[in-house]
Design a protein around this ligand. Structure first.
Ligand SMILES: [Mg+2]
Length: 207
């Protein structure tokens, strides 16, 4: 297929975030939480009880975990290399608070995903982030957050939803979003052009 400009979300697409969090919480707080238990985007409901405080505030105190503990998603580093070799232009597009930026660079320096570009999407005060479609001009987005994929296809571009326990129960994604289950699956999509283009008919756009 024609080379594309591909936007990759970082956490839980390239970097094994939930698995890393579970491992540290289990080790440090004697819990036994597995990634499959984290079945909702609001992770706190599964781990706050063990940490004894809001997990996001705890993570702010432990931002070094990105650089020193979290590992790549299986297949991601080699997968990125193969996509680049196939001529695609690769951009990581990640929403990060400023307190996580230094650790993010440490992680990138350690694992060296062969991307062309990094875009940090700032968090908006009071919650939420700038839409990824406003932060990147990529042709296609790969993300594990349902809302990010949804927002991207409303903007007229296709997306791949990386299946994770927190989005698995949400069923069939909107037109323009294809579910992928692994990096092998992502590579298959690009090799075989299994991309689905959004339907921008007015009736759908209003939903
Ligand atoms: Mg993510």
């Amino acid at each position: 297929m024609e080379p594309m400009h591909i936007a990759l979300d970082l956490d839980d697409v390239v970097l094994d975030f939930v698995a890393g969090i579970c491992e540290v919480v289990n080790r440090d707080f004697g819990a036994n939480v597995q990634p499959n238990d984290v079945t909702d985007w609001n992770f706190g409901q599964f781990i706050d009880q063990y940490i004894g405080r809001d997990w996001w505030l705890w993570l702010e105190d432990h931002a070094w975990l990105w650089g020193e503990k979290f590992k790549p998603v299986p297949g991601a580093i080699g997968g990125i290399e193969k996509l680049r070799r196939a001529g695609h232009y690769i951009e990581i597009v990640t929403a990060k608070p400023t307190w996580a930026e230094d650790a993010l660079w440490t992680w990138l320096a350690r694992y060296k995903p062969r991307v062309h570009r990094l875009t940090i999407v700032p968090l908006v005060e009071g919650g939420g982030t700038t839409p990824k479609s406003k932060s990147s001009d990529a042709d296609i987005l790969v993300d594990d957050r349902w809302e990010n994929c949804e927002e991207w296809v409303v903007d007229g571009r296709p997306a791949l939803l990386y299946t994770r326990p927190h989005n698995a129960q949400r069923g069939v994604p909107p037109t323009g979003v294809v579910r992928v289950h692994s990096w092998k699956h992502i590579l298959n999509v690009f090799e075989n052009n299994w991309i689905e283009w959004p339907d921008l008919s007015p009736s759908l756009a209003k939903e």
